[in-house]
Design a protein around this ligand. Sequence first.
Ligand code: PLP
Ligand code: COI
Length: 351
Amino acid sequence: MEQNKSTQANTKKDLNWAELGFQYRPTDYRFRASFVNGQWTEGELITSEMISVHEGAPALHYAQQCFEGLKAQTAPDGRVLLFRPTLNAERMRQAATRLLIPEVPEELFIRGVEAAVRANYPWIPPHGSGAALYIRPMLIGVGENLGLKPAKEFEFRVFVSPVGPYYQSAGLAVISLAVSDLDRAAPSGTGNYKIGANYAGGLLATRLAQQLGANEALFLDAAQRRYIDEAGSANIVVAMRGGRFVTPSSSAVLPSVTRRSIMTLAENELGLTIEQRPIDLRKEIDEFEEVAACGTAAVVSPVGRIWLDSKWHSFYGGGEQAGPVMQKLYELLVGIQRGELADTYGWTHEV
Ligand code: PLP
Ligand code: COI
C-alpha cells in the first residue's frame, strides 16, 4: 500500500511537456515562511496558491517586494538539478537589504526551494522534454501600513511551475530587440536588484517594442542613452568581429547568474577574450558579429536584429539564424544544467 502511494507520488503528470509555454501552471505545493515579531518562522509546505494580505500591505502600495527566478531540470539519470541556487539566495539578500526587508538566510532560501521542488516531483519535466520546472521565490511586505515606511511583517514564498521556452520556439529561438525611448533604471537606482518595481515600469516599453515587431525592449543607460544596459528580462552578451566576447558593465543591470556562467564558458571553453565594459551601441553596432539575450527564462537567445534610430540592424546570417558562438554557449550551458555534460565548475545542486 505504502509502495503504491509513493509510486503514485513519483508518477509524472500527463502533460504535453514539449508544448508548454512560459506561463503559470498551478502545482500541488508551495513553501511559505513568515517574518513576524522580528524573526522568520521555520516555514511549511501549503497547498493554496492564494496569498491573503492586508489592504495596507506595503508590497501592494510601495512595491516593497523582491523575487527570484531559477530552474530545476532532470538529468539523464533522473537526478533533479538546480543551477547555482546560492547565487539567487545572495541576490535576494542584496535586494532585501536595499528595500529594508529582512534578509532571508541562505539556509531558509535553499530549504524553501528544495522543499517546493521535491513536493512537486510529478510536475518536474522529464529529461529530454526540453521543459524545466521554473522556481519563483518571492519576498513581500505584508504587514498593514499607510505611511511611507517599511512593513513590519513579511512573507517568503516559493512556488514552481513547469515551463517551456520563454520565446516561442523549440530549441534556440532567434529574437529581435527594439531600443526603447523609455528608461528602465537610473544609475544609482534599483536596476541591479530583482525587484518588482523595475518590471512594472518596463511593461509599456515591452509593449511598444512588440508593436515594432520585436520580442522585447532593449534599454540604454539612462544618463546618456548611449551604452547598452539590458533587455526587459535578460542581460546582453556580444561576440564582436575579431573574437572578443563582451558584456556591458553598468550599475543599473541585473547581475545575471546566466551571464556570469556564460562569460566563464566563453573564456575557458571557447578560448575567447572576455570583456565587461560599457558598450557604446551606435559606435559599435557594426562590429557586432553575434548578439544574445541571456537569463534563466531566456537561456541563451540569439538576437538576430536590433531596432535602433528607426531602422533594423541585423547580425549573423542576416539575423535569421543562430551563430556558432551563441550556439556553442547554449549547448555548453544547457548541457551542464541538464546534467548531460560534466559539471567541472560545481554549478549544479542536486535536490
Ligand atoms: N535581467 C533581467 C531584467 C532579468 O529579469 C533577468 C532574469 O532573471 C536577467 C537579467 C537574467 O538573470 P538570471 O540569469 O540570473 O536569470
Ligand atoms: C527569469 O529569467 O527568471 C526572470 O525572472 C525573467 C522574468 C521576467 C520572466
